[in-house]
Design a protein around this ligand. Structure first.
Ligand code: ADP
Length: 257
């Protein structure tokens, strides 16, 4: 019985250690999110001034720019816009992580959202001769979710399927209702795929896999982490399957009404 009591004590002690560690980690993660949220504001304000004044320089008729100056101002504007995009994405992520993102639950027609996103992104796909096949019909599933956030997630998946596709590739969007009362939406591409060794990090923040033999594409490595956090807030699930050089399927599941 002494041995048994000792084991019980040991267990209690390790449970206590675990909960202390968990508390510390939660507090640290909250502090990090709050820091990011406030830093993003501090960064955005001066950046907007830089962009605003650079735009003014570009358009002033009374003081036109010399060709060399015009080139420099163009670089300020494109780099600035890229930085602003990154800051906005990080700010959004930090807000969601800190539990400060507002979510508006509503009855949402999944098919309608998907077709809106497809219309919006078709021109971008056409630039790379990529075809988007949308198999989700309107009114096929009514969800209890946030329409704006769902749109944001679908746009993210389709944009990635365009960016990491091969020239002239195909994107198939499909939807079905699962046995457990969810709508399962998938975006499949015929692109460059993701190497097995990178699979565990796909939804992590700032993870980009540049080791692909592919032209560098623009991105920040924030999009998929936002999708994962959002879906979890909306009581859903995310996942993917991918084979290098063959393509990927990214999916999400959200509760039906
Ligand atoms: P971003 O596209 O801004 O880099 P994401 O968070 O959306 O960031 O994606 C993270 C990384 O996952 C990308 O940099 C890319 O390497 C990989 N990835 C995402 N979607 C796909 C896809 N459909 N096919 C291949 N790789 C992808």
């Amino acid at each position: 019985i002494t041995e048994q009591k000792e084991t019980e004590l040991e267990l209690l002690r390790s449970e206590h250690d675990l909960s202390v560690a968990l508390e510390k980690a939660t507090a640290a993660s909250k502090a990090k999110s709050e820091f990011l949220a406030s830093m993003s504001h501090e960064l955005r304000t001066p950046l907007n001034a830089i962009l605003g004044f650079a735009q003014m320089m570009q358009y002033r008729k009374d003081e036109p720019l010399m060709p060399g100056q015009k080139e420099a101002v163009d670089i300020i504007l494109t780099s600035g816009a890229g930085l602003l995009n990154l800051i906005n994405e990080v700010l959004d992520l930090a807000r969601i992580e800190a539990g400060r993102a507002t979510i508006y639950l509503d009855t949402v027609d999944a098919g309608k959202i998907v077709s809106d996103c497809v219309s919006m992104l078709t021109p971008l796909a056409q630039k790379r001769h990529i075809k988007i096949k949308n198999m989700v019909s309107s009114a096929s599933a009514m969800l209890n979710t946030d329409a704006k956030r769902l749109k944001q997630m679908v746009v993210n998946y389709i944009t990635n399927a365009i960016k990491y596709n091969k020239e002239g590739g195909l994107i198939t969007i499909d939807g079905r209702i699962t046995d457990h009362g969810f709508f399962h939406l998938s975006v499949t591409d015929t692109g460059i795929g993701i190497a097995e060794k990178n699979h565990p990090n796909v939804f992590g923040i700032f993870n980009r896999f540049e080791d692909n033999p592919h032209i560098p594409v623009e991105g920040t490595g924030v999009g998929l982490s936002v999708v994962k956090l959002l879906v979890e807030r909306l009581a859903g699930n995310v996942g993917f399957e991918s084979k290098i050089n063959q393509g990927s399927t990214f999916w999400l599941e959200l509760p039906l009404v």
